[in-house]
Design a binder for this molecule. Sequence first.
Ligand SMILES: Cc1ncc(COP(=O)(O)O)c(C=O)c1O
Length: 357
Amino acid sequence: MLPFWVADMDFETPAFVREAVMQRAQNPVYGYTFRDDRFYDAIIGWMQRRHGWKVEKDWIVFTPGVVPALNLAVLAFTEPGQGIIVQPPVYFPFFGAVADHGRELIHNQLITNEKEYVINYDELETLAAEAQLLMLCNPHNPVGRSWRKDELERLANICERNNLMVISDEIHADLVLPGYRHNVFAALDEETAQRTITLHAPSKTFNLAGLNTAFAIIPSEALRKRFEHQIEKLHLGLGNLFGFEALIAAFNKGDEWLDQLRGYLAENVIFTKEFLAEHLPEIYIYPTEATYLIWLDFSHWRLSDEEFRRKMIDEAGLALSRGADFGPGGEGFMRLNVACPKSMLVEGLQRLAKAFG
Ligand SMILES: Cc1ncc(COP(=O)(O)O)c(C=O)c1O
């Protein structure tokens, strides 16, 4: 079976990251290791260069992953029974981060206009009054939107009027495709910065997810203290010394590599769209502005879950991510990960065309 599912890449982690990890491995002492200024400076430099956001060292809090941080934030800032808004179809660990801790999951489903997915602001106005917190996926996995500044401003305005805290998962921020720009939600204005926790990591960008190294950026001292307290209580703050070295090398040396990667991913996205337009025009494809994930609408075939599974897995030998797993609005869709060599993508698309054509 050809895998196009889990959101990591079939590319090697860049050589400058591997070298940094190997160099640290040569030092035979792997005991408890604190993060020094190099870690914080690398993040500050990256956020400034790539996203134009001036981050202060004190705002940065290490976390062993973005999903762990989503869960920690829920524990730190909400009480059981309180409402948390998510905007499906969305990366499914958002649901668990709410429901697994006895908080109430409130869905503000994304809507589609003729050409793209958009936030349902009218519904959000109503829901916001009942909620404590909103989980934003920026850029949005799986629909591939890189939210524009005016869209985020409208969202921020609703959050401000309803005193909603925001957890902004920006793990895909570096992977906006050429022609698009990532907008950091917390960088909109001071008011928004004070109510927002931004989560980021080098793991998607440089294929380092196995090193469990991520971070939160929290300008509000009060919110930061509560978040840090949660991490301390669970003894999750120590981290992985190889992850630190990887992050430092990636963020200090990775600009050129990332720009080349974005070019390659953009070509894979364009190739996929052209191939499907020619061979399987029944599949509707929403524009991919960011991430290496393409959101494909298979509803034309009206297949049951079982028929879908049989066609994809048994017949085509393809493993894509099932749209229904991303919550309401995901039924009938599939998510295709194109962060792979083009030769593999061609083979995968040909198999798809054979099974569905
Ligand atoms: C939106 C989003 N957040 C978080 C993650 C995973 O983060 P981590 O591996 O740091 O827990 C992913 C991985 O696919 C993702 O798409």
